[in-house]
Design a protein around this ligand. Structure first.
Ligand code: ATP
Length: 320
């Protein structure tokens, strides 16, 4: 807030926002531990999604750790348009409040369900925005660990914003060892083996095989989920799906999936290079960006200035 000090000079003061600074409207959605409500800043009239968490419920269900992870990761990931931004946090006696970017377009999953599938142009655009965001997250030392179309929201421009960082992992310092010349190596992509996460998290259909076999999640685990998402956008269903979680896991570790007839060949090649059991052999981000499927994509800030393509379902070529 701009104020005038004792000498008559203007000064900027940081005032902590609180519940009374917002007016609350309808509920946007409900999670297992939270309610997300449309809120308006009374002063600026800017609209937000305000996530309200019941403190007693969080403590009773032992979810304090996850609430803190979400806050800490979001506070680390504030400079990218592909991440739901956390503007303010505050609390009252009963609840915790997270003031977030409002995503008026809802979940990517909902849009996909309405469309049944996405055509190649839409898949390329949304796939590119998701990958650009994963790249940023990984460079900031965050593994999401639960990427799926439900956790990809859409803003009013129909651009993506990744959410739900409650099960993310913040990697310890990624500083590289000095090489013999005493200079840091030039290639910043070959970061040594990162600290591994040993708890089971995620959603059955998108869980990577290394998490199931070695209880290890690494950056490449997010790229497995990315492969599942590309498959799902074009096919209308995730690659690994069975009657129950156990059967889904069995399919994942056996790499037991099929492409529907007419699945585009270039996208198939990309998916096959992502759905690779050994995380070390999975296509790394820089190679994904250069894959033929993403030909013509301008990575970085320009990707976020583009108009979203008109939504169209994929029409497979007629069979001979
Ligand atoms: P769970 O906690 O069970 O995993 P969740 O992660 O979906 O569920 P929340 O993140 O609390 O829970 O979100 C609840 C619902 O609110 C979601 O279904 C989503 O559609 C909606 N929502 C969440 N964040 C936003 C946002 N920034 N803008 C608009 N809607 C949102």
């Amino acid at each position: 807030r701009q104020e005038i000090d004792a000498n008559g000079k203007p000064v900027a003061r940081y005032i902590k926002k609180g519940v009374r600074d917002f007016s609350f409207a309808h509920t946007l959605g409900e999670g297992s531990y939270s309610t997300v409500v449309l809120g308006t800043d009374r002063q600026t009239l800017k609209e937000y999604a305000i996530k309200i968490l019941d403190k007693r419920h969080i403590i009773k269900e032992k979810k304090v750790k996850y609430v803190n992870i979400e806050k800490d990761t979001l506070n680390r990931l504030t400079e990218h348009p592909g991440i739901v931004r956390l503007y303010y946090t505050f609390q009252d006696e009963r609840s915790l409040y997270f003031v977030l970017d409002l995503c008026k377009g809802g979940e990517l999953l909902g849009v996909l369900k309405r469309m049944t599938t996405f055509d190649e142009e839409c898949t390329r655009f949304y796939g590119a925005q998701i990958l650009d965001t994963i790249d940023y997250m990984h460079k900031r030392g965050v593994i999401h660990r639960d990427l799926k179309p439900e956790n990809v929201l859409l803003d009013s421009q129909m651009h993506i914003k990744i959410t739900d960082f409650g099960t993310a992992k913040i990697l310890k310092s990624q500083r590289k060892p000095q090489n013999s010349s005493g200079m840091p190596p030039l290639d910043a992509t070959d970061i040594p083996e990162e600290e591994r996460a040993s708890s089971f998290v995620g959603t059955a259909e998108y869980v990577s095989p290394e998490l199931l076999t070695d209880k290890n999640a690494c950056k490449a685990s997010d790229l497995w989920a990315f492969g599942c998402i590309i498959f799902q956008l074009l096919a209308g269903r995730p690659p690994f799906k069975a009657g129950n979680e156990y059967q889904t896991f069995q399919k994942i570790v056996a790499l037991d999936y099929d492409f529907p007839a007419g699945f585009p060949a270039v996208a198939r090649d990309l998916v096959e290079r992502l759905l690779v059991l050994d995380p070390a052999r999975r296509l790394p981000i820089e190679h994904i960006k250069n894959h033929e499927f993403f030909q013509g994509i301008a990575w970085g800030p320009d990707l976020w200035k583009r108009k979203a393509p008109r939504l169209k379902a994929y029409v497979p070529p007629p069979r001979e």
